[in-house]
Structures are given as C-alpha cells and as structure tokens.
Design a protein around this ligand. Structure first.
Ligand code: AMP
Length: 190
C-alpha cells in the first residue's frame, strides 16, 4: 500500500499517517520529521536546514529529493509506505512520479485533508504550544500557509487530474476521519 497524504499544517494528516502505518505495518516517511531528526542529531544536513525550518520556507528541492530517494529505496519501504510532507511543489511531484515509476511502485491513493486556513492555523499553533515548538510562531505559520497555497495546491490539482485523489473533510474527529480513510484504503486494495 503506497499512500500519500496532502494538506495544510494542522489538518491532522501526520496523526492519520501514523495510524495508517500502525494499522498496516508500513513506514511513515515524513520529510519534516526527517529534517527535525537531523537538526536534533546535529548532522551536516541538520545544520544546513535548521534556519530554513525556523523561517517556514522550503528546503531546496535538491536536498529534499535526495533524502526521499534514499529513504524510499530502503528495504522497509518495499512493502509500502505513507509519504507525508513530500511533494510540496510541482517539481517534487514530477521527481516522485519518476522515482516510483523506476521502482515499479505507483501511488495507490492520495489522501487530501481539506481544512480552512483559520482552523488550520488555530490547530497548528495549539499543537506547537503543546509540543513546546516555540519557533512555530504565528508569523512562521502564516508563511507556511502562504507557501502551501502557492506551491503545494498545484500538486493537489495534479492528483485530481490523475484521478488518484480522495478528499477528506478534516474538520472532524480523529476517529471519524480514520474510519473514512480505512474505507478508502479497502477500495483501492481490491
Ligand atoms: P512539516 O513537518 O511537513 O510541516 O515540515 C516542516 C518544515 O520542513 C517545512 O516548513 C519545510 O521547511 C521543511 N520541509 C518539509 N518537507 C519539505 C519538502 N518536501 N520540501 C521542502 N521543505 C520541506
């Protein structure tokens, strides 16, 4: 099962991605988590991306695509994966298509977590506060949301056109959304 989750920050896609992974025994491949791990480990990559994450801008495509290429080529991804946070723009989406085609593993479904800006902002700021992510200021959140509209929304259009997109109303409880996801995954598994 190869699943992609798309949606703004605060839409619950990370939480649902983890649930799908636990239920299906497949890895959660999150570029944001990978960058944050690199920062806390103090690697070269971590040092490079730390100011970029703090600003809310996107890490250069070259670095991000290389990271994903390496991660998806590992053994544990051969039975499936949930990709979260990538692709963030059209170039990354094209790179992903090529990578998956090369290894013969197309996406089974793209889950789009649809949520209005206001709810997304309130939720994301609440979570940042809970998790002690003090660098997630309202200004950084606003920048992330603007980038999401400018650069990531065209990716959604692309998957709509490809017919692989399943839109979920993300302003509901976690269990409700997960039940709809499981239904959608059963359809594609057939
Ligand atoms: P996330 O946890 O997915 O919201 O990602 C946190 C931050 O990591 C983003 O604001 C970007 O700075 C960076 N990032 C994550 N994924 C990508 C990506 N696919 N391309 C570029 N930057 C990314």
């Amino acid at each position: 099962m190869n699943v992609l989750v798309l949606g703004p920050q605060g839409s619950g896609k990370g939480t649902q991605a983890k649930r799908i992974c636990a239920a299906h025994g497949i890895p959660h491949v999150s570029t944001g988590d990978m960058f944050r791990a690199a920062i806390s480990e103090g690697t070269d990559l971590g040092r490079q991306v730390e100011p970029i994450l703090a600003s809310g801008e996107l890490v250069p495509d070259e670095l991000t695509v290389a990271l994903i290429r390496e991660r998806l080529s590992r053994d544990d991804a051969s039975r499936g994966f949930v990709l979260d946070g990538f692709p963030r723009n059209l170039l990354q989406a094209e790179e992903l298509d090529q990578m998956l085609e090369a290894i013969g593993r197309p996406l089974d479904t793209v889950l789009f977590f649809d949520l209005d800006d206001e709810t997304a902002t309130v939720r994301a700021l609440g979570r940042a506060h809970e998790e002690g992510r003090t660098d997630d200021t309202p200004e950084v959140m606003a920048r992330r949301l603007a980038i999401y509209h400018e650069q990531t929304e065209p990716v959604i259009e692309r998957y709509i056109a490809a017919g692989t997109l399943h839109t979920l109303a993300a302003d509901r409880g976690v269990d409700d959304v997960f039940a709809e996801i499981e239904d959608a995954l059963r359809q594609v598994a057939r």
